[in-house]
Design a protein around this ligand. Structure first.
Ligand SMILES: *Cc1c(COP(=O)(O)O)cnc(C)c1O
Length: 356
């Protein structure tokens, strides 16, 4: 498929904040990629256009029954002026598996990557250069057929937008306070927890607000059946360094298979650490806080890479994790992964994908 390009006539006119004021998700670039799907015809009309509003019929299926999937990844400015992505094939593969779960059409991975590359190169002036900043990429697919029946749509729109985002830790790598939810759950067995689909996030807002009103940064999710086993933290995967083993819950349908999670498992194994994917109960975590066997706890995701946890609140009681300090393992993993992403370190696994 040829990707048609219509250049914006207002390049240079959008607000361009200083790198220190970027934040997350506040700014978008000059262009976006769009592509349509029609039953019988497949994907067609791949095109880059000036960034702007979408037009949807009010009965467009996505607005009613949540047939939507998305991804999130970043492009990084390299020391030699180039631009790199981090394991983009993993995000593309995951978007297609989310799409299958939501009965949506898959996208040819080569076309997906080619579109991403073309869009980023066209808007490359937007890739911020300061330490820790990046260009966030949000590929999204929505059901657009105008019809109110509850069934899979026969029309879809795929769009990809970009936006510069700030450093996650402008004031240093500091531990977060986590609120354990033993009442509300994120995902149940047999549900759609392992898909990056918008309903999973809307469903978490109620308890996230409760946590933030109580002064906690994120919610820790327990399994839906017993409210006992730890699953994820906010929109991140979770790791524990306990009894000299790096432990993370196994993927079993309710946990989002994070690219950062996979990278941490790979790296830690490569360093010779014992890495275990097994269920871990909240009692074991609390006991580990009290007895000191829990040396580190951290969340992983594209946004923050590694986010150390300093304190957890369970059933109204606060427990400090390893004196509330950032652990060595968290720091080492953060330095290594960001080092690979920003081209400051060797890339032994071929994770860096150079665009330009
Ligand atoms: C996106 C996401 C993650 C992290 O995935 P990465 O690929 O590492 O960014 C973890 N949990 C949830 C619920 C997510 O949506």
């Amino acid at each position: 498929m040829e990707i048609r390009v219509t250049k914006s006539t207002t390049i240079g006119q959008k607000p361009r904040p200083q790198d220190a004021e970027l934040g997350f998700g506040k700014y978008t670039t000059d262009h976006m990629f769009l592509m349509d799907y029609t039953q019988g015809k497949g994907w067609h009309d791949g095109r880059i256009e000036p960034y702007g509003d979408l037009r949807l019929d009010p009965t467009a299926m996505v607005l009613h029954y949540n047939q939507e999937v998305f991804e999130g990844l970043k492009a990084y400015h390299l020391p030699d002026g180039g631009i790199a992505l981090f394991r983009p094939e993993k995000n593309i593969e995951r978007m297609n598996s989310s799409a299958r779960r939501m009965v949506m059409p898959e996208i040819d991975p080569d076309l997906f990557l080619r579109a991403m590359k073309k869009l980023i190169i066209l808007d490359r002036a937007w890739v911020p250069k300061s330490e820790g900043t990046s260009l966030y990429i949000r590929p999204t697919m929505i059901a657009t057929e105008p019809a109110l029946g509850v069934r899979p749509s026969d029309k879809y729109l795929f769009f990809m937008i970009l936006g510069p985002v700030g450093a996650y830790y402008p004031e240093g790598f500091s531990p977060t306070k986590i609120y354990v939810s033993d009442r509300y759950v994120r995902a149940a067995e047999g549900g759609v927890g392992e898909a990056k689909t918008s309903g999973n996030y809307g469903a978490t807002l109620y308890v996230s607000r409760e946590a933030s009103q109580k002064g906690y940064t994120q919610v820790l999710w327990l399994d839906a059946k017993e409210r006992r086993y730890v699953e994820e933290v906010g929109t991140s995967n979770i790791f524990f360094f306990i009894h000299d083993e790096l432990v993370t819950p196994p993927l079993g349908g309710t946990i989002l298979p994070g690219v950062t999670r996979d990278s941490v498992l790979h790296l830690a194994g490569h360093w010779g650490l014992t890495v275990v994917e097994r269920p871990i109960s909240i009692e074991e975590v609390v006991d580990g806080c009290k007895g000191g066997s829990l040396k580190e706890m951290f969340a992983t995701g594209t946004a923050a890479v590694i986010s150390p946890v300093g304190l957890i609140c369970y059933k109204g009681e606060d427990f400090q994790v390893a004196n509330g300090q950032t652990g060595e393992m968290s720091k080492k993993l953060y330095d290594e992964i960001t080092g690979i992403q920003y081209g400051r370190r060797e890339d032994p696994f071929g994770w860096r994908y150079r665009l330009a």
